[in-house]
Write a protein that binds this ligand. Sequence first.
Ligand code: SF4
Ligand code: SF4
Length: 423
Amino acid sequence: MNASPNPNLHPCFNAEAKGSYGRVHLPVAPHCNIKCNYCNRKYDCVNESRPGVTSAVLSPMQACRYVEQVIAREPRITVVGIAGPGDPFANPEETLETLRRIRRKFPHLLMCLSTNGLGLMDHLDAIGEIGVSHVTITVNAVDPEIGQKVYGWVRDKKIIYRGLRGAELLLDRQLRAIEGLKARGVTVKVNTIVVPSVNDHHVEAIAERMSKLGVDVLNCMPMHPNAGTAFENVPEPGKEMMEEIRGKAERHLPQMRHCTRCRADAVGLLGEDRSGELHGCLTACASLPRDLAERPHVAVATLEGLLVNQHLGEALKFQVWGKSEQGFRLIEERTAPEPGGGLGRWERLAEVLKDCRAVLVAGIGDNPRRVLTMRGIEPMEMSGFIELGLEAVYSGRGAKEFKARKSGGCQKGFGCLGTGDGC
Ligand code: SF4
Ligand code: SF4
């Protein structure tokens, strides 16, 4: 059985964890349902570090592959978060599908979300069921008179609200969402973007109200005057102003002081961001087919069509299997590329199997594993009945589940998975 994620290993919520543990943001939510007057999500540059910026937008499947690759390179990652580049609940299908996939595949990781809170109410139960433990809501005002100066518009179910009505609606949703999260035992952080001469005098009132709702921590962030926004000419608050504001807010709530204002595709430790370095993984994953529907099949290295019993390199042909309502069915056999040619051989194999989401093999080397994974084909090492491997792939449990079952060993010496259900 997998251990539950340790909530203390979130580097944003626990400053002591920031030097040892990291997070990866999955940019799966491109759209937003409000317009903050300081936000510009159009600009993309790997050297630009601020919320709303990403080098690519991933589908849930691509995001899952990306997490696999990131964790292989940076095992100190303990948190997977979704922080845009828009709002997670302006893209609820993508957000929840990503979280579910991550939860299935990486049960040991903490999951968090960062949202404006407008669309959160409808998904509170899903969040609880998936096991999202940390949520951040950005609350810039608890007085709609002030809020209306921060937001250009608020969109709810295709209707756009501006001015006071928009700010009232947003605040009402945020307050109810926070109550709902706390009722479900979620740790809640509130981010407040400090905008000089707009809400800088109002932050203590926000802290006081949030404290009454049971919010755990407040993160006062200086507004970045982004070019092309309504606030582009508002000066960025200085350190002195921010410390004074945090000091007042601290009378009501603990303060986060180690925030690094991360990109929507940030990855690594807070003080050791690796998004530049892992940029290649992100863009490679973004170029994978966006939907598994484009990869309906599974390839199998087998001698006789019953067991997975060939190493990838020794297989001269692969069976290609699919799934229909009647169950698994063999579609055809395909000839493997001729041996030789270095990595090119595996590139050619990826092309032969380009409609396959996984390949079941008795063994595989590091190079072909890397090439096939980068091309969207998951290698699953196993021995035993083909059908059990197909079940693991099509159920979404994948290689991880399979390995767990494999480690149990066959009780009857048949070299199969040892679950008892196939014997
Ligand atoms: Fe930008 Fe976030 Fe505001 Fe949406 S909620 S407009 S993504 S800052
Ligand atoms: Fe943590 Fe701040 Fe980065 Fe969000 S923006 S992940 S709170 S450090």
